[in-house]
Structure formats: C-alpha cells, structure tokens
Design a protein around this ligand. Sequence first.
Ligand code: C2E
Ligand code: MG
Ligand code: MG
Length: 557
Amino acid sequence: MNVDRETDFGNRFREALKSGLIRAWFQPVFRAMTGRITVAEALARWFTPEGEMLSPADFIPALERDGLIFDLDMEILRQACVLYQEFQQRGTPLRGVSVNLSRLDFKQENLFETVCATLDRYAVPHEAIKLEITEGMMLEDTETFEKIFQLFSDAGFTIWLDDFGSGYSSLNVLQNYSFDVIKFDMLFLRKLSVRGREMLASLTSMAKTLGIHTLTEGVETKEQRDFLLSIGCEALQGFLYSKPLSAEKLTELVDQNPGILESPEDAKYWNAIGRLNFVNPNPLKDFAERRRDSAGTGTYVSSYDGSIALVECGRDHFEYIYATEGYRERLRDLGFATVGGLEHALSSQRSHQYLIFHKLVMDALRTGTVHTVEYAYKDVYFRLSALSVARKEGRAMIVMRLNTFDSEREVQTAQELLNSSSALLTTYDLVVLFYPERKAAKRVFTANSMAEYDQEESFEISLRKFCTEQVDPVDQERYLQFMNFSTMEERVGESPKHFIQSLFRMRLGQGTTGWYSARLTQVPSRPEKVFMLTVQNVQANLQKWMNLIVEEYPDML
Ligand code: C2E
Ligand code: MG
Ligand code: MG
C-alpha cells in the first residue's frame, strides 16, 4: 500500500491512530564497553488492516505534508511513556526512552505543554525522555527554536542531536546548543573507508572536547563495532545488537537476559569514563587537565590505536575491561601473549608485576592524578601511567597507558635508568646476587675493600668464609640461618613485603664492628631464581641504641 496516494490519507491515519495500528517499536541502545542497554529509541510503525507493516519512510513525508506529524509524534511519545511506566512497575526499570521529533513539531505552540502533560499522565520523570532532533530544525527558525530548546532544557529534558553529519551539517549547532548526546549514523560511513574512519574519530574526539556523549547508530558489523570501541564511542545501536522490537519482544529480551539493563549507578560510572578521549596523543593528561578546567582546549591528532587500556579494580582484583590494539601490541613486547596472561600474573599477589601494578594503581587512586612507573621486564623497558577516571562502590576504573622503549631516544632513557640504578647501589655497603639453583653468588657492589668471596670454589665455602671474617661471632649463626638457600624462597615469598630483613653486627672491610641491616629480595622477572642481598650500615646515632636494646632484650633478634 502506498498511503501517500490515498485521497483520504488523513482519515486513514486518524482511523489507524484510534484503532491502535500506529505502534511504537523500540530499538535498544547498548553501552559499547559493557554491552548493557542504556535506553531504547521509539520508532513509529504503521500496520495496515491487512497486517502489512509500514516504515516511517512510507508515511512520514505525507504526514508532514498534511500537518499530521505532530499527532504521530505525540502518540509515539505516549507509547514511550507507557513502556517506561510498565518497565518501572514490573521491576526492570529502563533508564530512558528516546523519541524522534519532527522539525514541524517546533511550529506547534503547545509542543512543550503537550509533552509535559503526556509525561505527567504516566508519571514519567522528564530526565527519562530523550528528545531526538535533527540539525535541519535548528536552522529554519533559529529564534523560536532557541526558546523551545531552553524551555525543555530548563525543565530537565535531555536533547539528543540525531543523524549528525548527514544533512546540513553545521558545526554551529554544536556551538550554540548544549546537547547531551550526538548520534552518528554508520550508514553514511558504511564502507568504513580510511577517510570515513578519520572523520568519525575526529568527530568523536570533538564531541568529547565539548562534553557531549557519543552514540553511533546503524552498527551492522563486528568490524564497525571494533573500530567504534577503539575511538572511544560510548554507545552503539544497530542490527548487530538488535533490530527495533515491539514492546513485547523488548520485554522478552530483557527477561531472558537478566542484568542487561544498565543501572543508574552504572550509568553515572560509565558516563564519567566515557569522557576519556581515546583519539588524543595523551589521553590521561587530557582527562586530568579537563577535570580541572572544564573549558579545556587542546590539539588533537588522530592516533586512535594509542596504547591505552581500561582496568577495573575491585577490592583485590584487577580486570582488563578494554585494551586498544596498540596496548595489546606493547604487552606482546613484554612477553604477554594476551591481556589474560598479564591478568593472571597480576592475580598472584606474590608476582612482581602485582607489586608494581598495585602500587601504581593505589597511588593513582589516592591522588586522583596521573602516576607513572618506568621499569624493565625481560630486558624491555616500559613506562606505565595510570589515572583513576571513575569510581563506584567497591570499584574504580583506571586508565592505563603503556609504552615500551625501542627508539633511539628511548634507549637513552633506558641507559639513564641504568646509570641511576648504579648510583643507587652506592648507597649500600655491599650488594650481592645469589643464584640458589646454581649455588652461586656474584658480588655486584661494595663500598669497602673486601676479599672476593665469590671466587671460592663452592658457594658454601664462600658463605662460611664471609661469615667468619666479616660477621661478629655473636651473630654468625643467625647470619647463616638468614642466608639458608633451602628456605630462602619460602621465607621471602611469605613475607608481606616480599623481602626479609635482619640486623647483624659486622665488620666490613677494614672498619670497626657495627650494626648493619641486611635485606634479601627476590629479583623479579628472570628465568632463573635470583636473590639480592643488600647490606647497609645502620645510621651512626642509632648504633648505641641498638647495643642498649640488644643488651636489654637479647632474644629480640
Ligand atoms: P532515525 O531516528 O535515525 O532512526 C534510525 C533508523 O535506522 C530506523 O529506521 C532504524 O530502524 C534504522 N536502523 C537501526 N539500526 C540499523 C542498522 O543497523 N542498519 C540499518 N540499515 N538501519 C538501521 P526507521 O524506523 O525506518 O526510521 C527512519 C527514520 O524515520 C528515523 O531515523 C527517524 O528520523 C524517523 N522516525 C521514525 N519514527 C519517528 C517518529 O515517531 N517521529 C518522527 N518525527 N520521525 C520518526
Ligand atoms: Mg532517531
Ligand atoms: Mg538517526
């Protein structure tokens, strides 16, 4: 049927309205990162008495021509309110429903009043209804439009910009109105050409700069979805996820997938995370600075394969929620085939990765600023930065940026790191590496002229010789126990800080006997087990106190 050609089109429409043949169908919108439903969009469907379903393209132009579109839109709004109310009452509350308004609706003097009255009738809060409008409307009668926009805004409605980039495309509309969400239509970028990708990446970045949330509709393929995730688009809608559904089918979908509806708490959490601009040379810095200065500006270069990841921290676990391809690639540089491999290493509280990661995350959480560590793992130097971007009960989202060093400049940085670590060594009196599996030792540093014990023919001999010559007789037995290889790993592993420490009286080099603090730490990330012994003289003014304490409490050591 071509309704447009019917002479009594208006009557047929009114008839269809009355007999319930004009129905709102609902297409859910999904949070890109979680796959949960955030809202549903109401889309008009007209069923003929013969059961044929007509799409908006078949009847909207005629309704606009005959001045009937307002009636359609208010009926779809009413059905959206009914759906919202029903979901509320059955205990599966929806966060909102979006409805499409025609530009002609803005010529209706009673638009605002009618919308409010409809919501009141079904006890729907204004925040729950998202008004989708297109750019065309704003350019026709700017003054009237501005007034009505303000009226809706002030009354707590959120206004979405539909089909951005499809028609007149004026950037002015973004400058002049504060939209809550911009909807991009994938259909205009169907082939996902390089230029199309660049455009969408830049537009998403721009939206974030302006504080507007991003949604892409018409998502049909996994390739499109992966791309949209990589540029940080927050919400997705399209046949890949779900077609528009009748209210009954939507209800079924929700019932069959418990937990699929986003909670208000999650919405707040994810909306905060959604502000992160993936398409930015330095997303963490950008986010942190923008938090301070909401009018922040910056230059944006397309680099949406930047190396970032979202990591959620619970009370005692880390979970990678998302990692860009760039991040995964750098993880492979570090020898983790998958994000799961790292997660596994992180799940062991004894692993060195856990310790580094844990401290970094805790610092980021505590301060709310960007924290960075530089470290070497399997001979690859890397820099890991973290920023906390959102929190909710018992959980926080951390954005991680990972760089591995390979270019020449970075080799220099690595060299500097090495140099400074040798400076660090000189703060000790003695540093020795032990290889329990080979029963070998290697002296790395000493500030004292001392015999080269590590040249002895067996490790036991070296140890005993060192003990006899350097350790005060009263502490020799304790020292041998401290250095016992067969229990070393266990003792170090069990200690909460991953090192064991004790105080000994020693006479290093030519010096006099004094108190020394000895510490054994496991050296991370080597194929072979390695322990490092560091020995450091106890501060001069504490020496006499140590003697007094040991005299008083000989069992203390
Ligand atoms: P829209 O608001 O941009 O809605 C998106 C359209 O894309 C819908 O078509 C939807 O069914 C379709 N779509 C969603 N996902 C995909 C996908 O993955 N692939 C493809 N190829 N299409 C997808 P629909 O329902 O035919 O609506 C077309 C347009 O008609 C809407 O575009 C909207 O501008 C207008 N419209 C729909 N309902 C109403 C209404 O109640 N009032 C007014 N004024 N306009 C309406
Ligand atoms: Mg729409
Ligand atoms: Mg659209």
